[in-house]
Design a protein around this ligand. Structure first.
Ligand SMILES: *Cc1c(COP(=O)(O)O)cnc(C)c1O
Length: 361
């Protein structure tokens, strides 16, 4: 395949140290040496997520959705009543999951691109809800929710807080302990900037208690057995061993460069650099509260999907298209992965060239 510059939201570009591991033989994994790597992965993820004392991490072989589903079926039960925030296709996925697994729920449906406000939550206080399920960053629209506000509501109403931070972890500040979050989910192909294949769940002590009491409803996604195996640095089934080694490299690289906060600052600066450079082009910002991970843009005169196709075919650049109702309305530019300000400039020059050719209207 051609060398492409990749501004999508996953898979994203990996560093050379992560890519080098992809060239090596995949080792056998039922060994103390591999267990040590898994323990280190768990330690570093907990530190970077600011997980409370006594938390655990499970690594599932499956994309982010596998960990979303595992969280719903192992932590919630038909006795729960959940609030689900739905601001786009990832919120919609949680709605489908609670429906499929028979969890009573109320959906907060937001118009695409809109923030969640206290006015959405307040009417739901004192109504017998037991859990709140949210994608911290609705990647499909680029909206970052106000997690401090969500946290205050959950604490005041004693709700379990399940956070899909798949595209937010290592891109936007996240403090699991301060938020009182019980579940934090992420995936290998977003800001972790590794190949796809692994998703992971950080569980608070309260979530661990729930898992221990849960009825087993799925063999592959059973967190009781994942946690039990994790005590010896192992997984119940063959994991994506190569991706776990790449995750280890990436976590250690982040640690050596100053830790999660440093990495988040880097992504934030890259997003700011792009937003400043793109300001003179005929696009409108689509998100009311943009994340550091993504800038979602609405071209005012032409189809967003056509811009994606021309960038791909004529400039060897992938920007991220939208699907469904937003296909022609919105495209996204990611700031996660091994990108630099010089890469932003390359993309901006391509956009300026398209403008000159009359392709932006
Ligand atoms: C990428 C992403 C997912 C998971 O998608 P998969 O394709 O299953 O990895 C879930 N939620 C959010 C917010 C995401 O950005």
């Amino acid at each position: 395949m051609k060398d492409m510059l990749n501004f999508t939201v996953g898979p994203v570009m990996s560093s050379s140290s992560v890519r080098a591991i992809g060239q090596e033989q995949v080792p056998y994994f039922r060994t103390p040496e591999f267990s040590e790597i898994m323990f280190e992965n768990e330690r570093l993820v907990k530190r970077f997520a600011h997980a409370p004392e006594g938390s655990r991490v499970v690594f599932l072989t499956g994309s982010g959705t596998a960990s979303m589903e595992a969280s719903i079926i192992n932590v919630l039960s038909p006795k729960d009543k959940a609030i689900v925030v739905n601001g786009g296709s990832f919120g919609e996925r949680f709605v489908e999951l609670v429906q499929l697994h028979g969890i009573e729920h109320q959906e907060i449906k937001l118009p695409f691109g809109h923030s969640l406000t206290a006015e959405h939550l307040e009417p739901l206080a004192g109504q017998g809800f037991t859990a709140l399920v949210i994608n911290m960053h609705e990647t499909s629209t680029g909206v970052l929710y106000d997690m401090d506000m969500v946290s205050r509501f959950c604490k005041a109403n004693n709700l379990l807080l399940i956070v899909d931070a798949i595209s937010a972890f290592l891109a936007d500040p996240f403090n699991m302990e301060a938020l009182g979050a019980d579940i934090m989910i992420t995936g290998s192909q977003k800001a972790l900037a590794c190949p796809p294949g692994i998703s992971l769940i950080v569980l608070s002590p309260r979530a661990l208690e729930r898992v221990a009491q849960s009825e087993t409803r799925c063999l592959y996604l059973d967190l009781k057995s994942a946690l039990k195996n994790g005590e010896r640095g192992q997984t119940p089934f063959t994991p994506a061993v190569g991706t776990l080694l790449q995750i280890n490299q990436r976590l250690r690289d982040i640690d050596a460069a100053g830790g999660a906060e440093q990495e988040i600052e880097r992504v934030k600066a890259l997003a700011a650099d792009f937003r400043q450079k793109v300001a003179n082009l005929p696009f409108e910002l689509f998100s009311q509260s943009p994340s550091n991970a993504v800038t979602s843009l609405h071209p005012t005169k032409v189809s967003a999907y056509d811009i994606f196709t021309i960038m791909k075919d004529e400039y060897n650049i992938w920007i991220c298209p939208n699907g469904g109702a937003l296909r022609d309305e919105v495209f996204r530019v990611g700031h996660i992965g091994a990108l630099t300000p010089a890469d932003n400039t390359t993309l901006i020059e391509a956009m300026q060239d398209m403008e000159k050719r009359g392709l932006l209207g």
